[in-house]
Design a protein around this ligand. Sequence first.
Ligand code: AMP
Length: 222
Amino acid sequence: MCEHYGWTRIASGELLRAAAAAGTPAGVEAKAFLDAGRLVPDVVIEQLVLERMAQPDCQTGVVLDGFPRTVAQATALDAALAQRRQGVDLALLLEVESAVLMERLAGRLTCRSCAATYHPRLLPPAQEGVCDRCGGSLYVRDDDQAEIVRARHAVYEQETEPLLAYYAHDARLQRESGHGAVDEVWERVRRVIDAAGRRGPAVNGLEKERSDESTRVGQTAL
Ligand code: AMP
């Protein structure tokens, strides 16, 4: 998606794992939450993501992956972006049945270098343990063990699902099926984004002029 539209991907979980590995104050605070599959405190993640979004490579558009995950985070994001005369164009919900989700996540393989993901059965890499894209080594995240995946799913239902109403009330929410192969899902996602770009604010990195002159940069994947 980012390659196609020229946007930058910001994945909140990756920011947190990098901070934890580097032992920064935010990372130290986040570590226990990450290990348990619980959400880190809102202020911690809000600060990390908003700092990242202020960097030059984010000015033509970003895809937020894993953020916001609570209504408080979404409210803080809207407020911070409004101050920068920016905003969230589209909140994309990829719907997948719980059983399929569990299968995809439990045992998922992640590249240590570029964070690409694979699955031993559903999406195996060409060479075992090696990333197709960058040659990095693959590992199973601690929180992709089955027990923690179940805990994360429960957290999603309790704390993240209310976000659907938040983004639905002003029509920023789009729902799409996340079932099927990567290419099929991407095709559906592309259609949704292109349709949103035709309807209104500047997605597609087209930088259309808006009457209020604000730049719309955000997309969020729930
Ligand atoms: P992810 O890589 O998106 O699956 O996130 C992994 C973990 O990072 C989550 O289980 C949480 O512990 C933490 N995390 C990621 N994003 C957020 C967020 N927006 N708010 C709170 N915690 C988060």
